[in-house]
Design a protein around this ligand. Sequence first.
Ligand SMILES: Cc1ncc(COP(=O)(O)O)c(C=O)c1O
Length: 402
Amino acid sequence: MTLLNLLASRSSRMKASEIRELLKLLDQPDIISFAGGIPDPTLFPAEAIRDAYAEVLGGAEAGAALQYQVSEGYLPLRRWIAGQMGTLDVACDEANIFITSGSQQALDYLGKLFLSPGDTALVTWPTYLGALQAFNAYEPRYDRLRPEGGNMTPDAYRAAAAANGGKVKFAYLVPDFANPTGNTLDRTQREAVLDLAGELDIAVIEDAAYRALRYDGEGVPPILALDCARCGSIDKARTLYCGSFSKILSPGMRVGWVCAPRHVVEKLVLMKQASDLHSPSINQLVMHRVAESVFDGQVDKLIGAYRERRDGLLGALEANMPEGVTWSRPEGGMFVWATLPEGSDATELLARSVKEARVAFVPGNAFYADGTGRNTLRLSFTLADRRAVTEGIPRLAALLKR
Ligand SMILES: Cc1ncc(COP(=O)(O)O)c(C=O)c1O
């Protein structure tokens, strides 16, 4: 017998992507990779983290670090995060903060909390692939959000959702240095998202994974801050802010958070109890110590290093890419998004590029909920040293010219 006949319908949308298969080839040392969207491990604050584990385990906190923990998360860490949110003009306290195992878990929980099968989630085309994977398990339909302009009318979104037998439940977006495009929404565009969400009476999921990594230009207030200014209190807001320590301190420790109205936090706490009880206590205690002591310095260090790599990549694209190829110029984050001439296929290009140019990137179409975007690709610059840009980009460009 095959157990695969017994699977729930939701599992039909859980598929290994062809890209993952291709990216497995990238361990070979001669490949120059712009594919992995990961922080540079040589920049992790390893010493501070090692010391914090030693202090926590060697002192009075050892018991708490190794014990079960409340599902909402370690209180001093939640207070520290609430303080950080305050600096972003989001007045809140620990009751508004919920600790997750990375912000990826927050996306899963929010999908689980809001989406019944057939409901509609509004997402940008393209959007973060991990969000689509998290939401897919709850069997939604996607409709296209165009925060840069060109949204449908609220009635049209509503009618399309109803025709599918569900309701529009939330708009999900990455407003700062998005994965995969690197684009940032300005204040007017963020206000327009809130206007649309108000008219549709839906939630806004603000994925702020890259927010701290701004290399130039002025910061834009979080959508949650604009929402709080409109409604007077976070507990009346419709925006659910997903934050993460992954890009600044360590993705391996798996600590993220949701900042949200307390009635939503209370539901998330019940979900966490049923799921994994709580995120690892020891990692939360250590993250708190490390965040208190090195967070700001670490942000400065990463900004210096990644800005230089972004500039190196943008300069190499400018110098080498043939006419007809365009790309984003991100003010922060980790990604540059390139668009090839209409009719090109970046998945095919990747296969050729790995074989002939020994250069890797992520084809863009996996980031599109409707499977389009075949002529787009994502380049990550966090690991792009001088050799990568001075050799890799000319090789990719030469392949494109052919
Ligand atoms: C936009 C975005 N959101 C969320 C995540 C998940 O990050 P983590 O679960 O490590 O916080 C990522 C990771 O790449 C991301 O790019």
